[in-house]
Design a binder for this molecule. Sequence first.
Ligand SMILES: NC(=O)c1ccc[n+]([C@@H]2O[C@H](COP(=O)([O-])OP(=O)(O)OC[C@H]3O[C@@H](n4cnc5c(N)ncnc54)[C@H](OP(=O)(O)O)[C@@H]3O)[C@@H](O)[C@H]2O)c1
Length: 270
Amino acid sequence: MLAAHTPEVAMKSFAHRYGPWAVVTGASSGIGEQFARQLAARGLHLIVVARRRARLDALADELRRDHGVEAVSVVADLSAAEAVDSVVGATTGRDVGLLVNGAGFALTGDLLHHPLDAHFKLLDVNTRAPLMLAHRLGPGLLSRGCGGVINVASLAGFLPMPGWANYAASKAYLLSLSEALAYEWRARGVDVLALCPGATATEFANVAGIEHAGMAVEPVVAEALAALGRRDVVVTGGRNRLVAALTRLLPRRRRTAVGAKVVASMRPAA
Ligand SMILES: NC(=O)c1ccc[n+]([C@@H]2O[C@H](COP(=O)([O-])OP(=O)(O)OC[C@H]3O[C@@H](n4cnc5c(N)ncnc54)[C@H](OP(=O)(O)O)[C@@H]3O)[C@@H](O)[C@H]2O)c1
């Protein structure tokens, strides 16, 4: 009886439900890379996606060596719609049970500080690619009758954030999409989870041109994997959960002012 609750049994049932293959975008760094590691440790084979080939190939080698799983790199710039074709192409003949949409980035500054093209690219990576991948891989997941999608949204999805206007809006979109999809697909056996981290120690801050002391990436991903199939949304870290709960209580304009302060506090002094 006790054996049913051992870590080995839990890992086998995870692999049975969400394996044998997982697709992870944004796997060359940070949260996506950590998802690839923790999923390989659970025995899943990985298709890892990002732009930086050397990083992906090194990760794939590591996963094969350390966990004995299969791993395939797909170099794709998800700001281009065709890139999704190469990701979907890599799944041919592979039974994919889990999609992790981890790729994403932020543009910091007033809206007009960045050209419109840069804002479109942000939307393409943070919103269009997860939508397209869920739409293209969804039929396979549903026909299996079990599986999952994890969309890496953000605490930024809970409130408008002046200084991060487009980024926060993209995460609000992903959060809403995930919650609705969780509802649509739950009865058909597919679990959808919006992961909403607060500041996390990855390359994100560097890319966004901000400074923050983030939570370690390992517990962020561990919390997400523990929540998959149990929750539709997970905010990682006790402090972040408190922030998310408090922001919900504020009137909308006050919430926006809080969002502005949060971004200002992360911008390096000029
Ligand atoms: N770290 C935080 O504080 C934090 C907080 C809340 C939410 N998030 C979210 O977490 C997700 C992962 O970010 P992270 O913290 O792990 O940051 P990160 O270390 O900078 O990783 C971002 C990943 O996205 C990939 N990526 C970016 N643009 C891409 C593109 N055009 N095509 C394909 N891949 C692309 C990057 O790979 P390449 O550069 O190799 O393409 C990298 O693998 C993002 O969606 C972010 O919004 C992060």
